[in-house]
Design a protein around this ligand. Structure first.
Ligand SMILES: Cc1cc2nc3c(=O)[nH]c(=O)nc-3n(C[C@H](O)[C@H](O)[C@H](O)COP(=O)(O)OP(=O)(O)OC[C@H]3O[C@@H](n4cnc5c(N)ncnc54)[C@H](O)[C@@H]3O)c2cc1C
Length: 376
């Protein structure tokens, strides 16, 4: 079976690997390079603990964590998937005033009941684990430790997994897909920008935020609500922090070679991913100010780089994985939390396309829910 995958981000690379491993003749196409788009500008926390609003979505992401562990064990991924743990505390006033949808206590108990590796730490225990974090930032309240959580160096992962796909015979092609070749309700391949047709029995659209440009026909478009995100890299800091910190003011984590990576949800609302990151210097400095309040050792550490990206986000915020009704030979794999979900999407689509066996975790997340007359 010949399969074309459009987009070699973390999602497309994962799909290419599992399909090639399963015996398909795979062509993986990217307009720019492997892992160079949203997958290179991401916080990349591999987690399900932030997905409590919907149990099926939590279960999907939990399975994503497990699929990460599998592919890391299979391909030697300890260097792209460190799991030192992530510590979280919430805003005391917000919790007391019931502003947070879920308090730390509630969150802990719900996650524990759902089988997540989670612990409550008292402040003295956190001081021992991460002595460089200013205790004033978490005060006298217990914090949550996601003891087995970590993050994925997504571009590194995409490169290694693409190389593994190539060892199974996959071909990597750098070039822009102008459109899918869809006629009579069947997708028969892709048409490249230079006019070349590449025929396929099946196409998987993994082009992230560009999914609809690749789809072409507006009637087939997937409703998207892309959101922008700003990430800031510190200069190499030479501090001892090992875990990720999820705090009311800023999320930060080590990013290799002594750098820290910073982001915050409220700052993301102030930026526009269609503009250059350099337009948002003030917002980047604000992230840095918040990070220094947590980690006084960052006092003289400057910003080394700032990057901006647009998240591929289906309109209801959940994943869109599977066929579009009325078109055979085409699957979509468009999602936020794509770093967490990529290895599972690879496993699931290979199982569905090569063996016709549906992946149970995808059932709530089919693109069909967006197309009129088709039940979710
Ligand atoms: C600030 C921020 C923080 C995030 N934090 C997290 C997090 O903590 N945890 C998590 O799991 N997720 C997180 N995400 C989301 C995650 O990064 C994305 O869901 C994921 O990177 C999407 O991967 P992808 O492969 O679908 O898309 P991309 O990496 O964008 O890949 C799509 C590829 O398609 C190619 N392409 C596009 N059009 C064409 C064409 N016409 N022809 C050929 N190729 C084409 C592009 O060149 C690109 O390489 C975050 C995102 C952002 C921006």
């Amino acid at each position: 079976m010949k399969i074309v995958i459009v987009g070699a981000g973390i999602v497309g690379a994962s799909v290419a690997y599992r399909l090639a491993q399963g015996g398909a003749e795979v062509v993986l196409i990217d307009a720019v390079r492997v892992g160079g788009a949203t997958s290179s500008v991401t916080y990349a926390w591999v987690n399900a603990c932030e997905k409590l609003a919907s149990e099926p979505y939590y279960r999907l992401n939990f399975a994503g964590r497990e699929a990460h562990a599998r592919i890391a064990a299979e391909l030697g991924g300890d260097d792209w998937y460190p799991r030192p743990g992530v510590v979280q505390w919430q805003d005391a006033e917000a919790e007391a005033g019931g502003v947070d949808r879920t308090s730390s206590e509630e969150k802990f108990h719900r996650l524990q009941g759902w089988g997540y590796p989670v612990q409550m730490l008292d402040p003295a225990e956190l001081r021992e684990l991460e002595p460089e974090v200013d205790p004033a930032s978490y005060g006298d309240r217990p914090v949550i430790l996601y003891s087995e959580d970590g993050w994925c160096y997504a571009a590194q992962y995409a490169g290694r997994v693409t190389a593994a796909a190539q060892r199974h015979g996959a071909r990597l092609l750098i070039g822009r897909v102008a459109r899918l070749n869809i006629a009579g309700g069947r997708c028969a391949g892709v048409v490249m920008e230079d006019g070349t047709h590449i025929a396929a029995d099946h196409v998987v659209n993994c082009s992230g935020r560009w999914a609809n440009e690749v789809l072409g026909n507006p009637a087939d478009h997937l409703p998207l609500k892309p959101t922008s995100g700003l990430v800031v890299y510190t200069a190499p800091a030479g501090i001892g922090l090992t875990r990720g910190l999820r705090t009311p003011s800023v999320n930060l984590r080590p990013d290799g070679a002594g750098r820290l990576l910073l982001r915050a949800g409220d700052i993301d609302k102030l930026v526009d991913g269609h503009r250059p990151a350099s337009d948002f210097r003030d917002q980047a400095e604000e992230l840095m100010r918040r990070a220094r309040a947590l980690l006084p050792a960052l006092r003289d550490v400057p910003i080394e780089a700032m990057r901006i990206a647009i998240r591929p986000m289906p309109a209801d915020s959940y994943s869109a994985i599977g066929p579009i009704p009325g078109i055979t030979g085409l699957h979509m794999a468009i999602t936020h939390s794509g770093v967490t979900l990529a290895p599972l999407i690879g496993e699931g689509l290979a199982q569905e396309i090569l063996r016709g066996e549906e992946m149970a975790q995808f059932a709530h997340f089919r693109p069909a829910r967006f197309y009129s007359g088709v039940a979710a």
